[in-house]
Design a protein around this ligand. Structure first.
Ligand SMILES: NC(=O)C1=CN([C@@H]2O[C@H](COP(=O)(O)OP(=O)(O)OC[C@H]3O[C@@H](n4cnc5c(N)ncnc54)[C@H](O)[C@@H]3O)[C@@H](O)[C@H]2O)C=CC1
Ligand SMILES: O=C([O-])CC(=O)C(=O)O
Length: 258
């Protein structure tokens, strides 16, 4: 499968290394869409990719799927056009807090017979949430995220500090680079207006920790994910990149788990 990536930051770099660098047997990154070609020229030699700054040319570059690894604004600006031409996968799922954008993307995907894939990113357990929710048996979902204080610009904090408490829909507005997980959790579960979120800046930790508590008629569940951060962008967990890789690898399988 030939892949086009939007963005060339921390997540895109893990993907370039793990797919092109390690010569993945089924996947190749062929094209990278960037805003500043000069800044990323070195990628062409290092990973045998072609850089594009023109979306039309990028979409016509012989790729099978587009992976967005840029930011919420890029999803809003680019995905409606991308989905007319290609299947797509996006990691800046926070953009989907915008109900109008979701409706637009769903309509486009249906009209052009394309699929929008949303990897689980820096968390897990979304299969359970979707199974329970589809029978109306989910009652409560709570996310408590702890990140190193320095990655949230709270370098001076001497003890842990709650910096946000509220619903996922508001969390992503205040922390668009840190709370994508709350939106995918909301979409899989009780909705972004009902999903309860606490974000804590913690000077004692060096991992991005997501604790998810779920209650419903089925019983209850807890997941705790202690993520290693990416050195290039400590806000972002390594698992977020790996979740894209895993989702891409599963696309062409003839069996499915979960
Ligand atoms: N779903 C999840 O669980 C997670 C999602 N994320 C999100 O994934 C996205 C990527 O994360 P990182 O790689 O760590 O970010 P990063 O900041 O290291 O890299 C993003 C890259 O995209 C580029 N970019 C921004 N807008 C663009 C546009 N319109 N066109 C082309 N390139 C553009 C930037 O110049 C930068 O090189 C972010 O939105 C981040 O918040 C991060 C972690 C977890
Ligand atoms: O990478 C993480 O741990 C979570 C994150 O930044 C996000 O959800 O935006």
């Amino acid at each position: 499968m030939d892949i086009g990536i939007i963005g060339a930051g921390a997540i895109a770099n893990v993907m370039l290394k793990r797919i092109n660098g390690d010569q993945h047997e089924n996947l190749t990154i062929k094209s990278v869409f960037v805003r500043n070609e000069e800044k990323y020229n070195h990628l062409e030699d290092e990973f045998s990719v072609q850089l594009y700054t023109d979306l039309e040319a990028f979409l016509a570059s012989g790729i099978d799927i587009v992976v967005e690894a840029a930011d919420v604004a890029a999803v809003k600006a680019r995905l409606p056009e991308v989905l007319k031409h290609k299947d797509a996968m996006l990691v800046s799922v926070g953009a989907l807090a915008d109900g109008e954008l979701v409706a637009d993307l769903m309509q486009t995907a249906k009209k052009y017979d394309h699929t929008l894939h949303l990897p689980s990113g820096a968390i897990g357990g979304l299969d359970l949430l979707q199974n329970v929710q589809s029978h109306g048996e989910l009652e409560r979902v709570r996310l408590t995220t702890r990140k190193p204080a320095s990655s949230l610009s709270y370098e001076d904090a001497e003890s842990e500090k709650v910096i946000f408490e509220g619903k996922a829909a508001d969390a992503i507005t205040h922390y668009p680079k840190n709370m994508n997980v709350s939106i995918i959790l909301g979409m899989a579960g009780v909705g972004i207006e009902e999903t309860e979120v606490t974000l804590i800046a913690d000077p004692e930790i060096d991992r991005n920790i997501h604790q998810i508590e779920v209650e419903g008629a089925f019983g209850n569940a807890e997941f705790k994910i202690e993520n290693r951060a990416l050195p290039e962008n400590p806000k972002t967990s390594y698992l977020a990149a790996i979740s894209i890789l895993g989702t891409l690898e599963r696309l062409n399988r003839h069996f499915s788990i979960g």
